[in-house]
Design a protein around this ligand. Structure first.
Ligand SMILES: *Cc1c(COP(=O)(O)O)cnc(C)c1O
Length: 360
């Protein structure tokens, strides 16, 4: 039996990648803001309709550079329901994550609970658009303006999503994205930052290249660059993005149709203001016992869903002050992301649904 994972990385036709490799061999320019990185940045910038787009080594360094670039200090209000990198980036910068619970509809941070968590030490809000579903961006912006806070969105799931006519990556002071192989659009490893001022953009580009330009040393930066080989993969994959999203959508709608929703639910889809990228297919079971039973039964068929996201990040062993987040804690023990990728065999989807329906 073929192993079925939660995702399967897209690979373009090999000749397309080869064409870019020939260009790399022509110049021997492998990294340090080479021509393919510049080309990818310009193409993605156009695609997103955003002027300030920087391609980076990965989505985690993007978060860390975002925190540095905005000079954040003290406490950052964040979501407990995300990948661990959202939290560890805050810890890595020696700041304190303050967790605010999620809303039960789409599992994004509950904007109505943010104000109560603000203290005189709060410098920012770092929220994730979980599964590519938009946070309450207007409410969050209003709160941030009122309390003079910065807003960073971890938009690792949101490439290809449009909300109210513009890319979801346009919101916040900074949005970061991951182009890891498991994401809808990938560059093998990779990440990015979108921001909205030339000054901040210059600082981000400086931070990503050790903080210096030739012999002029301005800031204590880091190595956040990415290579020509990764940019080449991005240039290939960008041309296929529309088909990738369409393919995911077909599988997504098949699950919608075949699952029995009596004892199961999934995050609510936003209204028609949203152009979605079909990044994940999360379902939530009644309790953790049934969730584990489903995992075992699927594993027995060589099918491996993932617990995106478990554990609730406020419960990580290295978090000092526990903020209670009952909804996130509850959802995280009951959620599974089901296999989702364009060439997933519909027969396998039917099999997964049959196993789930007969277990719940
Ligand atoms: C994938 C992911 C990251 C990390 O991105 P990398 O490119 O793997 O470093 C951060 N946050 C979220 C929500 C993610 O899904």
């Amino acid at each position: 039996m073929e192993r079925i994972n939660v995702t399967k990385s897209f690979l373009p036709p090999q000749e397309e990648y080869q064409n870019y490799l020939s260009k790399i061999w022509d110049t021997s320019w492998l990294t340090n803001n080479g021509p393919l990185v510049v080309e990818l940045e310009s193409k993605i910038s156009n695609y997103l309709d955003e002027k300030y787009f920087a391609f980076l080594g990965n989505g985690t360094i993007a978060l860390q550079i975002a925190i540095k670039a905005l000079d954040l200090s003290g406490e950052i209000i964040t979501t407990p329901f995300s990948y661990c990198a959202t939290t560890t980036s805050i810890l890595w910068e020696n700041l304190k994550p303050v967790f605010v619970d999620i809303n039960p509809l789409d599992f994004n941070i509950n904007a109505d609970l943010i104000e109560a968590a603000i203290t005189e030490n709060t410098s920012a809000i770092l929220a994730t658009h979980v599964y590519g579903n938009p946070c309450e961006v207007e409410k969050i912006e209003t709160i941030a303006k009122k309390h003079n806070l910065k807003v960073i969105y971890d938009a690792a799931h949101a490439f290809g999503v449009k909300y109210k006519g513009k890319s979801l990556l346009s919101y916040g002071d900074i949005s970061t994205c991951s182009f890891h192989s498991t994401k809808v659009f990938h560059t093998v490893e990779g990440g990015s930052i979108i921001c909205h001022s030339q000054e901040l953009f210059d600082k981000i580009k400086l931070l990503r290249s050790f903080g210096h330009i030739l012999d002029d040393y301005y800031l204590a930066g880091i190595n956040g660059k990415n290579s020509e080989f990764h940019a080449a993969m991005g240039l290939c994959n960008l041309n296929h993005l529309g088909n990738i999203i369409e393919g995911r959508k077909a599988i997504f709608r098949l699950y919608d149709k075949l699952l029995n929703w009596d004892n199961l639910y999934k995050p609510t889809e936003k209204d028609n203001n949203l152009e979605y990228n079909f990044a994940y297919y999360p379902v939530v079971f009644d309790n953790d016992k049934v969730t584990k039973e489903v995992i075992l039964k699927l594993n027995a068929e060589n099918i491996y869903p993932r617990r995106y996201f478990y554990p609730s990040l406020n419960k990580l062993s290295y978090i000092e002050d526990i903020d209670e987040c009952p909804i996130s804690e509850s959802v995280s023990t009951r959620v599974l992301s089901l296999p989702l990728y364009p060439d997933l065999d519909p027969e396998i989807v039917a099999k997964i649904c049959k196993i789930i329906n007969s277990t719940i």
